[in-house]
Design a protein around this ligand. Structure first.
Ligand SMILES: CC(C)(COP(=O)(O)OP(=O)(O)OC[C@H]1O[C@@H](n2cnc3c(N)ncnc32)[C@H](O)[C@@H]1OP(=O)(O)O)[C@@H](O)C(=O)NCCC(=O)NCCS
Length: 196
């Protein structure tokens, strides 16, 4: 946790500060979610425009089971990436990744920087695998996660319902933390690390 905050550069040279989310930033996070356009909220798991849902999910964080990193530009949250993990049971070595970037900061490398932090944290949390779930219609997100090193592992037909009530296939994408570390140890340690 002492790794944060840290200031890094986006692909266009703009500086972003990566911080661990704390209760002090919850109101800002609520504002961030409320300004997202419907196209980016359409497929999210729950209604994050409702402040209570955000407080319930992110308030009083236990960093052993939830590790949320925010990207801050000029004092404003522009993205968040989180690992959720079960503290016990057969899924305790699996980390679920959720990520959301403000539209004006998409395609500037912010999710790449955030995922890198989650990857280092996954190693510290002794996670073997990271998993991201999205609907089949989220082609941009599927492509982005592929670029970030994830692969499509399973598709569950008509498994979930979007906020408009339409049933969609669920795509499960995974990244094997141990394999990646074994094959790319030097690569991921460099400051310019980007997975291709
Ligand atoms: C999907 C999302 C997280 C990508 O974040 P981002 O900060 O724009 O991604 P980056 O700029 O770091 O790009 C990562 C890679 O994905 C690629 N990529 C990003 N957006 C893309 C798009 N819309 N279509 C195709 N590829 C894309 C980039 O080219 C990059 O690859 P590269 O490193 O080879 O250049 C972001 O668009 C988002 O928050 N979408 C809305 C919420 C969502 O769908 N979340 C995912 C569900 S968990």
């Amino acid at each position: 946790m002492s790794d944060f905050p840290k200031t890094l550069e986006l692909t266009d040279g703009i500086m972003v500060t990566l911080e661990l989310l704390t209760d002090k930033k919850l109101d800002e996070l609520i504002r961030f979610y409320q300004t997202l356009p419907e196209k980016d909220r359409l497929y999210l798991r729950s209604d994050i425009t409702n402040p209570e849902n955000v407080r319930r999910r992110f308030g009083n964080p236990d960093y052993d089971t939830m590790f949320p990193v925010i990207g801050v530009v000029n004092g404003e949250i522009m993205g968040i990436a989180t690992i959720f993990r079960a503290s016990f049971g057969w899924m305790r070595n699996l980390g679920e990744v959720r990520i959301c970037i403000a539209p004006e900061y998409q395609k500037r490398g912010l999710s790449t920087l955030l995922i890198r932090e989650l990857f280092f944290q996954a190693l510290k949390m002794d996670l073997y695998k990271l998993q991201a779930e999205m609907m089949d219609t989220q082609q941009a997100a599927i492509n982005a996660f592929k670029h970030l090193g994830f692969r499509e592992e399973a598709i569950l037909p008509k498994h979930v319902t979007d906020i408009k009530g339409v049933r969609r296939d669920l795509v499960i994408m995974t990244l094997d933390v141990e394999d990646l570390w074994a094959t790319q140890e030097d690569y991921v340690k460099t400051p310019d690390f980007r997975m291709h």
